[in-house]
Ligand binder design. Structure first.
Ligand SMILES: [Zn+2]
Length: 189
């Protein structure tokens, strides 16, 4: 009989965990950790996102250059949103621990979207892991290795740090945000 995991316990950052469980969510392949992160970002943004591309999508979108082959990757459609809304989506994703950037048609063969990689995901593809490293170097994650063009201040954030600062059942507050940023800064970012 398989060993049952405890329910209701919060993730232990240093504990050994099973690989992130894959699920189909809103018609896209993702893992549970990534979905929980997206849902938390939607709460911050106060509206649902439209998912363009999920994870585990090998060969699905050539322009993604393999970053969506493994876990933790998601693209959000922001084609019809205003510049301010696009920034707000990027910010909400960064706040919960994604390396996230606005991608524009001027940068590649793609529509306006927010490309995001879950920092610390155990299933990241090689390309996605490289982008996380670039994010932490405050770069844009593109081949041109340009400067990061999104809201600063979240380079050290992870989902686990976000959870630590935000009790599950309570809504977010500026105080909790400040706490998470302080923790993120303490771990080096
Ligand atoms: Zn993408």
């Amino acid at each position: 009989m398989p060993r049952r995991t405890r329910t209701g316990s919060s993730p232990r950052p240093s504990g050994k965990k099973m690989p992130e469980a894959r699920i189909v969510w809103r018609g896209k392949q993702l893992n549970q950790r990534t979905v929980a992160m997206i849902e938390a970002a939607e709460k911050l943004y106060r509206s649902k996102f439209a998912i363009l591309q999920g994870s585990y999508n090998t060969g699905g979108v050539a322009a993604s250059a393999g970053t969506h082959d493994g876990g933790g990757a998601v693209d959000i459609d922001v084609a019809t949103k205003s510049p301010a809304q696009r920034r707000a989506v990027v910010k909400a994703m960064r706040q919960v621990g994604f390396a996230a950037w606005l991608r524009t048609p001027a940068q590649g063969n793609w529509p306006y979207h927010v490309h995001a990689i879950a920092v610390g995901d155990k299933d990241l593809s090689r390309g996605a892991a490289h982008q996380v490293a670039e994010y932490r170097r405050k770069r844009n994650g593109l081949a041109n290795r340009g400067k990061d063009d999104g809201p600063a201040g979240y380079y050290g954030m992870t989902w686990e740090l976000y959870l630590k600062a935000h009790a599950p059942a309570t809504s977010s507050s500026p105080e909790a945000d400040r706490q998470a940023i302080t923790i993120a800064a303490a771990v080096g970012a």
